[in-house]
Write a protein that binds this ligand. Structure first.
Ligand code: SF4
Length: 358
């Protein structure tokens, strides 16, 4: 018989286990929750009455107590390089951004999804950080971003998503439970059936949560936004790195644990700022960090954010920096940011006043 209903009435807040529990609370066997999951995520259904293999009475109770607050695209912008940025309205009415990065010749179609509206980490170079923290996304809202971008990729490139990166707005590990629930949905055979190794969680470097990720979700890849090779320089641009639990020493210990536990190589993201962290000495210090854990380095050209004094480095300095790493045996790739003309590149996502700005 029916029991107490969950506090939320947005079905997207429930993962598969939550949907099974809901079914039981509504007097149905758990497999009805699985069917609900398949309708909502596998088929992208928006209306309970269309879920024809569910009993009429169950559908009526769902209708009476729940809604499926799918993300609604408010704006779609396409960059000259093919990158697509989608501005989405959440159930709360707040806005969030997701980006499709097509690399057609490589056959790679990556969805960059957000896990929070705004971010509490306050990195000085980042547009999202300037918004402050506003809201955590629930699992279905994260899933929906990938589903919307997947449909876009099929429509424009006749190709589904090949990769998903948590590199949009927010610090994913600060919304740990919901992000992991969304990963379980994205990888579920009746969801998006994405292989875990094709999903990358990118963090500013929260040591305790990296350990937890290593212990609980070994399948996904990890990227760490390092951006400076010393505690002193990191502290200047990433205020959150001064906390004891996130300082460079604690971070490196947690990364060591990650590599040992998962057997995987991690990626250091390193955004080059002119005359700040782009000296060859910085590169040599970075090499020493790389030698401590199984890692590779992505060098990123910074994209200007209004009001930020940090500047983009030059091509010559970028190449010199990359050469130092490569000569020391570090695997290094240079990521030329995509979608700069639509503010879809790294560190440029922010949704305050977006609708009126563009
Ligand atoms: S860089 Fe990442 S962690 Fe830092 S403020 Fe921006 S979104 Fe948050």
């Amino acid at each position: 018989m029916a029991q107490t209903l969950p506090v939320t009435n947005n079905l997207l807040a429930l993962d598969l286990a939550g949907l099974k529990t809901l079914a039981v609370r509504l007097g149905e066997p758990p497999y009805r929750g699985q069917q609900l999951f398949e309708w909502v995520y596998g088929k992208g259904c928006r209306h309970f009455e269309a879920m024809t293999n569910l009993p009429v009475a169950f559908r009526a109770r769902l209708e009476a107590h729940f809604s499926i607050r799918r993300l609604a695209p408010a704006k779609i912008q396409t960059s000259s390089d093919g990158t697509v940025k989608v501005l989405l309205t959440l159930g709360s009415g707040r806005l969030v951004e997701a980006v499709l990065i097509p690399e057609v010749t490589a056959g790679r179609f990556t969805a960059c999804v957000s896990s929070q509206v705004g971010c509490a980490m306050g990195c000085t170079f980042c547009a999202t950080g300037r918004m402050g923290f506003m809201q955590n996304l629930v699992p279905g809202e994260i899933y929906d971003q990938a589903a919307i971008l997947s449909a876009l990729a099929k429509e424009r490139f006749d190709h589904g998503l090949t990769n998903i990166v948590f590199m949009g707005m927010g610090e994913p590990l600060l919304n740990y439970r919901q992000v992991m629930a969304s990963v379980a949905m994205l990888t579920h055979p009746k969801g998006m059936a994405m292989a875990p190794r094709r999903i990358t969680v990118s963090t500013v470097g929260l040591a305790r949560r990296i350990r937890r990720l290593a212990d609980e979700a070994a399948g996904v890849r990890l990227a760490v936004s390092l951006h400076a090779p010393t505690q002193d320089k990191r502290s200047q641009i990433m205020p959150s790195s001064t906390a004891e639990a996130t300082d460079l020493g604690a971070l490196m210990d947690s990364l060591h644990h990650y590599c040992r536990t998962t057997g995987k190589r991690l990626t250091f993201e390193y955004c080059l700022f002119r005359e700040f962290n782009d000296h060859e000495d910085d590169a040599r210090t970075l090499v020493r960090l790389c030698r401590r854990v199984r890692s590779k380095v992505n060098l990123i050209m910074y994209n200007a954010v209004p009001g930020v004094t940090l500047q983009r480095t030059t091509e010559a300095r970028l190449n010199a920096f990359a050469r130092v790493l490569a000569h020391a045996g570090v695997t290094v790739t240079v990521r030329r940011s995509r979608g700069q003309d639509i503010d879809a590149a790294c560190g440029q996502l922010a949704t305050l006043d977006k609708l009126s700005q563009h």
